[in-house]
Design a protein around this ligand. Structure first.
Ligand SMILES: [Zn+2]
Length: 124
């Protein structure tokens, strides 16, 4: 199965060329590929949110990655926004992983636990 990213790229591509999904050949309005990929991603999670610091190839303190949050993409986007605000820093959301600039593991751990998630500090 194509990755979510490939599928999203496919959707963008096909939107420019006639509104059909290249994977399921359905009109974009009926296509559930991205949704199905989301469900696959959620099904593969173990319910534990992992915080990982990544400094390789990053400037300064690097970034803190929040992996495995069991939320759908639109809810993840809201959470990412709230976490960025809480840390007072920038960030991004890529393939279900929230990226927060700087070493924010302690703040994020507290914030996520407050929301009822099981949180583990991983690596770094
Ligand atoms: Zn499709």
């Amino acid at each position: 199965m194509a990755s979510l990213q490939d599928q999203l790229r496919g959707l963008v591509y096909s939107t420019e060329h006639g509104d059909t999904c290249p994977d399921c050949r359905q009109p974009i309005a009926d296509c559930r590929c991205a949704e199905a990929a989301e469900e696959d991603r959620l099904a593969s999670l173990d319910g534990i949110v992992r915080l990982r610091r990544e400094t390789k190839g990053r400037k300064g303190k690097g970034v803190t990655l929040v992996e495995g949050v069991p939320l759908k993409a639109d809810e993840l986007k809201v959470l990412a926004k709230e976490l960025k605000k809480r840390c007072g820093t920038g960030g991004a959301l890529k393939d279900g992983v929230i990226e927060i600039q700087g070493d924010q593991r302690e703040v994020l751990k507290g914030e996520l636990e407050k929301r009822g998630y099981k949180v583990k500090l991983a690596g770094g």
